[in-house]
Design a binder for this molecule. Structure first.
Ligand code: APR
Ligand code: PHB
Length: 390
């Protein structure tokens, strides 16, 4: 087979790239290791920055997001009995975020690709990017016992943290930066009305907790748990009981509980690979970096990568300019590192760190106290939360 851009990975990064390129007359084939049902069964975060919302609309996939998504103009932080609203809109000069599940966005992207005749191969095994240093790269994969080859101009590595793309960059070229946090998040999705109309990030001596939502009858809650916690050890009752202990009194009293429809544990990690390009291979999204979920930057960072990468590919094909491709890694990384800083800061601010000294704990409390009392500090939080400009 032949295409202009071979895209490895059919998560939001790969699908969004394929959709944007298609609208500009650039062909692509998406190779996804898993089945569509598997990809659409993963529950991920659901807070979209304005930049991503604009991209989704421009890519012609914003209709359901605009109907079913909820713009949020603020969120709460609770700590030691106080509850402070961060007025995102007021503090950021009018910007808001959109609460819309990543899983829903992925479904919308699949549907749009199908309608436009997009070529997506599911259950593609042993995907291998080849001849990256040449201008005739190709990708091979296996399916149903046959081996296939796709000749292309470029390869987009959108295959997430465990994908093959990053591993195809020689060790001598690739630098990796990593921080693993000593805890995870236990998350529950339940068909219950959210406890609050906006998100609540809770700092508590028992550990962090987050109240989030998908819609008026679908709530998403998380509690910080130990790293080696197992989901089987948490009944729904135990989860709700622990969550309530970490919420402000009023929220704990008002929360509506019910059976979980999904329950999972996610580790917390910050990770960056540099550079994000090697010859004709370009990494985007989780393939190149991971943020802890505090602040919901994962999907939004994937989107800014796709913004830079799609612009660069469009310039290559439409303007015969390769400057964007040359600059892609550096440009994307600048924004990535800033989101790394922000999600690390927010994680550090809100979680209970088992190894912390008393001094560390006082610093954390003082940081929260300062945030609650300083508009300048709240502005910095809001600016980052709504998303730095592309
Ligand atoms: N070959 C083909 N596909 C692969 C391979 C491989 N070797 N390895 C992984 N994949 C697929 C995965 O099955 C997954 O569907 O690549 C896709 C990558 O999707 P995501 O992990 O969702 O990553 P990305 O599209 O970059 O989206 C980033 O997702 O993980 C969250 O927090 C993250 O919200 C962020 C967003
Ligand atoms: C979520 O709704 O899943 C969510 C929201 C905000 C976060 C992380 C996750 O910071």
């Amino acid at each position: 087979m032949q295409t202009q851009v071979a895209i490895i990975g059919g998560g939001p990064s790969g699908l969004l790239l394929s959709q944007i390129l298609h609208l500009r007359g650039i062909s692509s084939i998406v190779l996804e290791q898993k089945s569509r049902n598997y990809v659409l069964g993963r529950i991920r975060a659901g807070v979209l920055e304005q930049g991503l919302v604009d991209m989704v609309r421009a890519a012609g996939v914003g209709e359901r997001m605009d109907k079913e998504g909820h713009p949020h103009s603020g969120f709460d932080i609770a700590f030691h009995g106080q509850r402070k609203r961060i007025d995102l809109e007021g503090l950021s000069g009018g910007k808001t975020v959109m609460v819309y599940g990543q899983t829903e966005l992925t479904l919308d992207l699949y549907e749009a690709r199908d309608q436009m005749g997009g070529h997506i191969v599911h259950e593609a095994e042993n995907v291998t990017p080849c001849e990256l240093e040449t201008d005739r790269p190709y990708v091979t994969y296996e399916k149903g016992g046959n081996i296939y080859r796709i000749d292309c101009d470029f390869i987009a590595g959108c295959d997430g943290f465990h994908g093959v793309s990053r591993q195809s960059i020689p060790k001598s070229v690739l630098r990796e930066y990593e921080k693993v946090y000593p805890f995870g998040w236990l998350g529950v999705l339940s068909k219950t009305p959210p406890v609050s109309s906006e998100l609540i990030y809770n700092h508590n001596d028992r550990g962090f907790a987050l109240c989030s939502m998908r819609n008026a009858n679908l709530s998403r809650y998380y509690i910080q748990c130990s790293m080696n916690e197992r989901v089987e050890n948490w009944s729904d009752e135990q989860f709700w009981e622990e969550l309530k202990k970490r919420l402000p009194e009023q929220a704990a009293q008002e929360i509506v509980t019910g059976p979980s429809i999904e329950k999972s544990i996610a580790p917390l990690r910050s990770f960056v690979a540099e550079p994000l390009s090697y010859g004709r291979l370009f990494l985007a999204g989780d393939a190149g970096h991971i943020v802890p979920p505090t602040g919901a930057k994962g999907l939004n960072l994937a989107a800014s990568d796709i913004y830079y990468l799609s612009e660069a590919l469009i310039d290559h094909y439409k303007k015969k300019s390769d400057q964007g491709l040359k600059d892609y890694s550096e440009k994307a990384l600048k924004r990535i590192w800033k989101a790394m800083r922000f999600s690390w800061w927010m994680t550090t601010l809100l979680h209970k760190f088992p190894q912390n000294s008393e001094f560390d704990n006082r610093m954390q409390e003082t940081e929260l106290d300062y945030l609650f009392s300083s508009e300048a500090a709240q502005k910095a939080l809001a600016e980052n939360y709504v998303g730095l400009p592309y």
